[in-house]
Every structure is written in C-alpha cells, then in structure tokens.
Design a protein around this ligand. Structure first.
Ligand SMILES: *Cc1c(COP(=O)(O)O)cnc(C)c1O
Length: 419
C-alpha cells in the first residue's frame, strides 16, 4: 500500500499534488511519501513480533537519502551499510553506531579502521582474509571488533541473476562447508568478537522457499559451531524480500515472511537480525517525469520522457518493470514505447505497453521507484543529478537538491600542458 493516488482526477503524494512539486522543483524528480515509509517500517517490524529478540537494519544502499535515514532512525531502525560513505550517512541520519552493520566483500583497510573507530555494531565478514585484517586493525587500537561471518549457503534465490547472491559461484560470503572452520579460527583472534553468522541470498525475492532452505542450513551450521564450544548469539538473515512492481505481481507479504522465519528460527536462542531495503523503500517513492514529445514509430509511438536511465537505472540494468501513469489521466489509453533521451537503446522503460494516453508537456510517474532509484543515479550524457523530495501530509521539502551539470563541469580541469 502506498500514498500516491488519484484525487479529483490528478495524482497526489499524500495531500500534495505532484504537479505542484514538478512546477517548483522541475522534472525529473523523485518524490517520497513519509506516511508510506513509516507504514512499511512498522508493518515489517510487526511481522517479526513473535520473535524474542530482533534487530532491524535498513539496507542503506536501497535509499541512502539522509532524510529517509532520519525517518527510519526515528522508527528505531539500524542500518546495513556497504561503504564508509554509507556509514557516514547512517550516522548523519542519527542512527547510532552500535545499530550499524557493515557488509560488503571489499571493505578497505581505511574503511575497516574508520568503522572500528566509529564503534560499528557488527562487521559482516565476507572472508577469512578480511577477518584477519580486521583483527589486526582492532587489536592495534586496543579494541575488539564485533563480527558475524557471512556464509554463502549455495541456494538459488530464483531472482534476477544480477541480484542473486547466495549461489556457490557468487562472490559473497565464505563457502558453507568451510564456514565452521573459519569461524573457529577467527574466534581465536584477540581483535575479534565473533557473535554469529550472516546470510543474504539475493534481492527482489518472490518465493520464500529458497530463503527457508537457506535459513535451515544456517541453523544447522549454528548448531555445529556451538557443538564445538563456540558461542553464537546473533544470526543475521539479511534482506531481499521483494515488492510488487505491477498490479498482477503476487509477492509474499511481510507477514508471510515473518511466519516463515518464526517457523525456522524461533528457538535459536539468538538475536535475529534483518537487513530489509526494497520492502521498506520501494513503494515509498515515485519518479515524476515530463513527456518531452511523442514520436511516431514503426509499430508503436515512442513516448520520450525527460527521465532517463541515468535517473532510474533498473529497467536498463535488470530489465525491470515500473508502472507508468499520467499525473492527470484523460481516461484514454495508448500502446507505446517509453524511452528517455539518452543515446543508448537501453534507455528504454517499456516497449509496446498499454499506458495512459499522454502528449508533449504532460506529467507522468514511474511507480515503485523508492528503492534502487535515486541511489543509482548518475550524470551520464552530462545530465543533472536528479533531485529528491519528501512529502508529509500537506507539506513537502526538497531532501536532495538537483546537482547541475555546470557544478560537475566545475570540478574538472584542463592541465596547463593542454592549454
Ligand atoms: C542489498 C542488500 C540488502 C538489501 O536487499 P533488499 O533486496 O533491498 O532488501 C541486505 N543485505 C545485504 C548484505 C545486501 O547486499
């Protein structure tokens, strides 16, 4: 459920007409709904209410806007970060260091050092080598870094290949069969405080069975490690729950996901940790765009919009679907290709799709753009970096200003020897 709906024939974000935001801020622009974000954060937490001890860390990479992070901090969420930049954003958003989980296969020495000094709550180690390096850094600072070992459970999440992370040949985590040995060796290092295990098998998961199988395997591994006399107090089950991108999509609900986790992990005697991203932020945002022109095509017309793959990369990267709707629909439909202005054929949002009829100058939205939207934006083709707005009831604010191409140009220089 979200708060982007028609009101008297025109699309609103909560109580604000999207056309009013577009008029003042220009297009393209991301618009987030505070009520939707809050609702998703609460629904996800309530879905886990039967579990005795839970820590929820929002996957910052899905939407790192600092206002979004502040809102989630206010909801008691921690953060799952994958870089020093994300860590600093989470801290700037008011998320306590102790509630931050640091994931990622390529944490640098500099990042590990900064995160130890910041007092990060948990490092999800992706290799034995990383653990050894972190132990040395922490010990040299007279500290012990709290850690979980990320394990690759070798299950197929049955999602898009580019967002599948739990198969044996994916780069993430340590191989399942070696995990107990690595855990034991890392537990012996003075600079580490090994707290448990972590798993994350992929994103936009639409079938709970692979996750259930992975969690069962993780429970068995936990028991095997405990049988060696080592302690496991935390189990991080990652994120990945998908969201519906089309009306016809049928996705597991947070309640169904929670019930599955309860059935597997209720009696593990640990703090269960979660790293949801998309399920919190996805439906909380739309990308507002203006139709530049409608161009005749051989089969269908091309609706050329002023948003492009640099603003919303998911269709070009993952063949993803985003529903498209006119801000002021006239009641008629057309079959069209929706494309952006970038000089790449991959700058295509939809082919041969039945959509609201639109014409040059009309406003429209791409729905479910709150996750992996603005966060992936870039300035390809020397376009501006897309701005972001948050709505709260009848008020709204720019939460990320548009960065103009001139600002980026001003960071570049021509060396003397070319003058
Ligand atoms: C990307 C990622 C997540 C969040 O994934 P969603 O599909 O957005 O829920 C959680 N944990 C890790 C380690 C990730 O890489």
């Amino acid at each position: 459920m979200d708060h982007f709906a028609l009101n008297d024939g025109e699309l609103f974000a909560e109580d604000v007409p999207l056309a009013a935001i577009a008029r003042e801020v220009g297009t393209p622009v991301y618009v987030y709904s505070r009520a939707t974000l809050t609702r998703h954060a609460r629904v996800f937490r309530e879905a886990l209410a039967e579990l005795p001890s839970v820590h929820i860390a929002f996957a910052v990479k899905s939407n790192p806007n600092v206002a979004v992070l502040r809102l989630l901090a206010n909801e008691g969420y921690g953060a799952d970060v994958v870089s020093e930049g994300e860590m600093n954003r989470a801290l700037a958003g008011g998320i306590p260091a102790a509630d931050i989980v640091f994931s990622g296969v390529g944490k640098t020495r500099r990042e590990l050092t900064a995160a130890v000094k910041a007092g990060i709550g948990q490092f999800n180690l992706e290799s034995e080598e990383e653990g050894v390096e972190l132990a040395e850094i922490a010990a040299s600072l007279g500290l012990r870094a709290p850690c979980a070992l990320r394990v690759n459970p070798d299950v197929d999440a049955r999602t898009h290949a580019k967002i599948s992370t739990g198969k044996a040949d994916n780069k993430f985590g340590v191989p399942y069969d070696r995990a107990a040995g690595i855990y034991a060796r890392l537990s012996a290092l003075a600079g580490l405080d090994m707290k448990g295990l972590a798993v994350h098998i992929g994103s936009q998961i639409s079938d709970l069975e692979p996750s259930r199988l992975a969690f069962i395997k993780m429970g068995e591994l936990m028991e095997a490690i405990r049988a060696e006399g080592l302690s496991v107090t935390h189990m991080d089950l990652g994120g990945g729950l998908g969201v519906p991108y089309k009306a016809s999509d049928s996705l597991p609900t947070p309640q169904e996901y929670g019930a599955m986790v309860v059935s597997v992990a209720k009696d593990w005697g640990v703090t269960l940790m979660f790293e949801p991203g998309r399920v919190i932020s996805g439906n909380s945002g739309v990308l507002v765009t203006e139709v530049v022109r409608v161009k005749e095509g051989v089969v269908n017309p091309f609706v050329v919009v002023d948003a492009a793959m640099n603003d919303l990369a998911r269709p070009a990267m993952y063949d993803a679907w985003h529903d498209f709707a006119a801000v002021k629909p006239n009641g008629r439909t057309m079959t069209a290709n929706i494309v952006g202005p970038i000089c790449e054929s991959s700058d295509t949002f939809a082919m041969g799709r039945e959509i609201d009829e639109v014409a040059s100058g009309d406003l429209a939205i791409f729905r479910t753009a709150g996750a992996y939207g603005a966060t992936m934006a870039n300035t390809y083709n020397s376009r501006a970096l897309v701005p972001e707005v948050m709505v709260d009831g009848g008020k709204w604010a720019v939460v990320a200003a548009r960065i103009e191409p001139e600002t980026i140009l001003s960071a570049e220089t021509v060396p003397d020897w070319l003058a």
